[in-house]
Ligand binder design. Structure first.
Ligand SMILES: [Zn+2]
Length: 266
């Protein structure tokens, strides 16, 4: 009792103006720092071609990352109307390994460093208002370390980070990043495939796997597409999991990667 009285006497007087607001800020910060829930980043590729699909993704009940194809006629308008809880990235067309996959106009192809730089700059100029990039198709480039070094150095000269979708086990993106001293985010798995034909059961299996990876690693990144079955399944799963898991965007993971690099002296 005596101690409590002493503490009360020595405690600084409360600021009369907006006391609630002053108290709320520091405790909120502490809560964020102590949040040890596994982090899940959901990325939805191929957004920007269809308003209805965009709106379904935009309505997801948890933060997600929307990857916009730059050649969608309304892609910039959709990007500008994205809910602020989400992040937006550029879904950059890059040369595929298999001919049947069409990357899209102006795709980044293997060539001289100057040709690659010009193609990357051409793509990133098509949209604005995003902080990161991932690739639409692109295995022929991500498997090519020299080409990836040029892609990554061009992106980092614009302050943009790269998320490697890992469409190929032979991806050289992380090694190229190390060579030029920049970080690369890496996706852990795809949530769907086959134009959504694999259906809800497959998406749920992949989400369970993503959750297990996040629990083991602390964070995990899963990539899906705006197929109605994927978004419906994701929506229900996220509603169920949003208390146990911490849904983050790739912008947040990139900020954390930058902060931890500056701590270790990069
Ligand atoms: Zn794509």
């Amino acid at each position: 009792m005596a101690e409590a009285q002493l503490w009360q006497e020595k405690a600084p007087p409360r600021t009369p103006e907006r006391p609630g607001r002053l108290e709320a800020a520091p405790s909120g910060l502490l809560l964020a720092e102590r949040d040890t829930r596994p982090k899940i980043a959901i990325v939805i590729d191929d957004v920007g071609l269809d308003w209805e699909r965009f709106q379904a993704v935009n309505r997801l009940p948890v933060p997600a990352t929307l990857a916009f194809l730059p050649y969608g006629i309304d892609a910039q308008r959709m990007l500008d109307s994205t809910d602020p809880r989400h992040s937006t990235i550029l879904h950059m067309p890059m040369e595929p390994k298999r001919r049947k996959h069409h990357a899209g106009p102006g795709a980044v192809k293997a060539g001289t460093a100057e040709q690659i730089r010009r193609a990357v700059n051409g793509q990133i100029d098509k949209l604005s208002g995003y902080r990161g990039v991932n690739s639409h198709t692109g295995s022929a480039i991500t498997e090519n370390k020299r080409a990836m070094q040029t892609v990554l150095s061009t992106l980092s000269s614009h302050g943009l980070y790269f998320l490697d979708s890992k469409t190929t086990p032979g991806s050289q993106a992380a090694k190229a990043g190390e060579a030029i001293n920049t970080f690369v985010l890496e996706a852990d798995l795809f949530l769907d495939g086959d134009f959504g034909r694999s259906g809800s059961a497959h998406v749920l299996k992949q989400l369970a796997l993503l959750e297990a990876i996040a629990k083991r690693q602390g964070s995990a990144i899963g990539i899906g597409h705006p197929y109605p079955s994927t978004i419906r399944t994701l929506n229900d799963w996220a509603m169920e999991k949003r208390v146990d898991l911490r849904f983050v965007t790739t912008d947040q993971l990139a900020d954390e990667a930058r902060a931890s690099r500056s701590e270790v002296g990069f």
